[in-house]
Design a protein around this ligand. Structure first.
Ligand SMILES: [Fe+2]
Length: 307
């Protein structure tokens, strides 16, 4: 038996730790919660860590960490993963590490009681910045291996299926949030985005104004997702080769939820309007340049990706 209760943090490799720590803190309103020589831990408020920045040769994805439920210890989780056939090692920080079917590093940490039982936004503040995100809410990965990935996230990690988008997209939940994790079948593995919860579109507006004035742009959005119901804006992160989604108003699931299969159409993706440009699913230089100048909307198609 294995039971995850929440996503804890995402780990990203960065080429310049000081630069990245300042950039993520100032642009997204994150608080520096801990700093060692090669690691910086950033938090939305009083949680230990939402984003771990690790000094590395190239910027990009390193790992995702999930917290186990109170009734599921690390040894239980390890035994479950080994029974599934996964390799499990100690993560060096008191948790365990395994890898999904695409080789993405997944870390599990033991359950911890939060410092207060009040909801986070009613606790005495740890973050001095007004309007910071409430929490890290989910991650989304591109994959070329959807069947094996679905098997890993359900059977090995014990996540529950929420919805299918045709047969090319799938969302998983571990609590009442519509999703903590999602996969899109796009031929090759890549972290697509990590997502921060903001309270409403007013806070999103303030954050997007701030990000726009710091040279950031949206790859897509604001959208209203037909599936999941969240309002979402996707901020391009060139440096760490991913997007940050700012979202609010996500569907809250009821007990006994049964997975649904939705048509893969424009309305399922965005009830308010357009599908994303094709650059949204890519992280190569041509896609970034095209997106920066909105070339697809000007009638200049994005060429094939050269790998
Ligand atoms: Fe998302």
């Amino acid at each position: 038996m294995i039971e995850i209760s929440r996503i804890d943090h995402v780990g990203l490799r960065v080429t310049d730790l000081d630069e990245a720590t300042t950039r993520w803190s100032e642009q997204f309103g994150l608080r520096l919660a801990g700093r060692e020589e090669h690691v910086a831990r950033l938090a939305c408020d009083d949680e230990p860590c939402a984003l771990e920045l690790l000094a590395g040769a190239a910027g990009g994805f390193d790992h995702v960490a999930y917290e186990l439920a109170a009734g599921c210890g690390l040894e239980q989780a390890r035994a479950h993963l080994e029974q599934f056939g996964a390799q499990v090692t100690d993560d060096g920080e008191g948790g365990i590490e395994t890898h999904d079917a695409d080789g993405n590093s997944i870390r599990l940490i033991g359950h911890r009681q939060p410092p207060s039982l009040l909801v986070p936004h009613a606790r005495p503040a740890a973050n001095p910045a007004p309007g910071h995100p409430r929490k890290l809410g989910h991650v989304n990965f591109l994959t070329g291996n959807l069947t094996e990935q679905v098997r890993f996230y359900t059977d090995a990690l014990g996540m529950h299926l929420t919805d299918w988008l045709g047969d090319g997209g799938v969302w998983f939940h571990v609590n009442t949030d519509h999703h903590v994790m999602a996969l899109i079948d796009k031929g090759a593995p890549h972290l697509h985005h990590l997502a921060f919860d903001v309270i409403d579109i007013g806070q999103m507006r303030a954050a997007l104004d701030h990000l726009g004035r710091h040279g950031r742009w949206l790859g897509w959005g604001p959208t209203r997702h037909g599936v999941g119901g969240n309002i979402a804006s996707y901020v391009r992160i060139v440096e760490e080769e991913c997007f940050v989604e700012l979202y609010c108003d996500m569907e809250q699931l009821q007990a006994g939820h049964r997975p649904r299969r939705w048509p893969d159409d424009r309305f399922s993706s965005n009830t308010w309007g357009p599908l994303p440009p094709r650059s949204y699913f890519r992280f190569d230089q041509a896609a970034i340049e095209s997106e920066r100048e909105s070339l697809e909307m000007l009638g200049i198609p994005l060429g094939e990706e050269s790998r």
